[in-house]
Design a protein around this ligand. Structure first.
Ligand code: GLU
Length: 279
């Protein structure tokens, strides 16, 4: 296995956090301490001169809790109603905590159409550029309340990679409930080893993705993370998967002192974002 190199300091970072990292596993309630740590780390990155964008899941999980639903919502309309309640509550929490560090944030809700339709894509791009120029941290989620099945990204791993491409980020960080990519599923195989560095995303690596998620909330598994890696690295961004249990790792991305997997950027001249948006 190749040794993981140290990455240079980046100019623009997209950080994605999943629902399972934002809620307590036992109760599904919102995990305030986690959110506070995340916000402090993001503000520090911003204060060091890096443009920061957060892609946050959690709308459905937080909404479900607020409404008092014991089971995971099953129908699309139930999920959409939960998202409508939860997204507002999630943003209220983020805004409050970011304000403690004098950081202004913005809400950006997207559907697949935002990326597919050239006009919408250009508008979204312009908005992000303005927000970065103003020093604001955009907080992005899928617009779950209105996005119908055929217009869904479906998971925020993919969404975050597309956002990284849209804003020309040079690093995407996926904060997950797992340390990184393993040689096998570590929940099933005790001999599975963490892969620290993936210099090239070839078919063998893609085969290693398992189409599952370990948690009861969220939709991403290793499969969606590898798809995200494919999109991000081909559009010229490095990508890191690391564990959201240790948010301090965001302080150590540039000194190589973090536990996780680094996927090296691999700009491809024939990369067409449209290919990832077809179905
Ligand atoms: N957009 C969904 C939410 O905020 C999450 C999708 C995902 O888990 O990747 O609840």
């Amino acid at each position: 296995m190749q040794k993981r190199p140290c990455i240079e300091k980046k100019k623009r970072i997209v950080v994605k956090i999943g629902s399972s990292s934002l809620t307590h596993e036992e109760t599904g309630n919102i995990y305030f301490a986690k959110i506070e740590k995340l916000v402090r780390e993001l503000c520090d990155l911003r204060n060091s001169g890096i443009d920061v964008c957060l892609v946050s899941s959690g709308a459905i999980a937080v909404g479900r809790q607020a409404i008092g639903l014991t089971n995971k919502p099953s129908s699309n309309s139930q999920k959409q109603a939960c998202a409508a309640v939860g997204q507002a509550r999630l943003m209220m929490t983020y805004q409050k905590v970011f304000a403690e560090y004098n950081q202004t944030v913005a809400q950006v809700l997207m559907t697949k159409n935002t990326m597919i339709l050239p006009n919408s894509r250009q508008n979204a791009h312009n908005t992000f550029e303005e927000l970065f120029a103003m020093g604001v941290i955009p907080i992005v989620n899928e617009n779950d309340t209105v996005s119908t099945y055929e217009m869904q990204f479906g998971d925020n791993d993919t969404l975050s990679a597309l956002v990284a491409t849209l804003v020309n980020a040079d690093l995407l960080v996926l904060l997950s409930d797992i340390n990184g990519m393993y040689t096998d599923d570590p929940r099933e195989n005790e001999y599975a080893r963490l892969i620290e560095y993936v210099p090239e995303l070839n078919d063998d690596v893609m085969q290693m993705g398992k189409d599952s998620t370990g948690s009861g909330v969220g939709t991403g598994g290793m499969h969606t993370k590898l798809n995200a890696a494919m999109i991000a690295t081909r559009s010229g961004a490095d990508m890191i998967i690391t564990n959201s249990n240790d948010l301090n790792c965001l302080h150590h991305l540039f000194d190589n002192e973090y536990t996780g997997t680094l996927f090296a950027k691999n700009e491809q001249t024939d990369f067409l974002l449209e290919d990832f948006l077809k179905d």
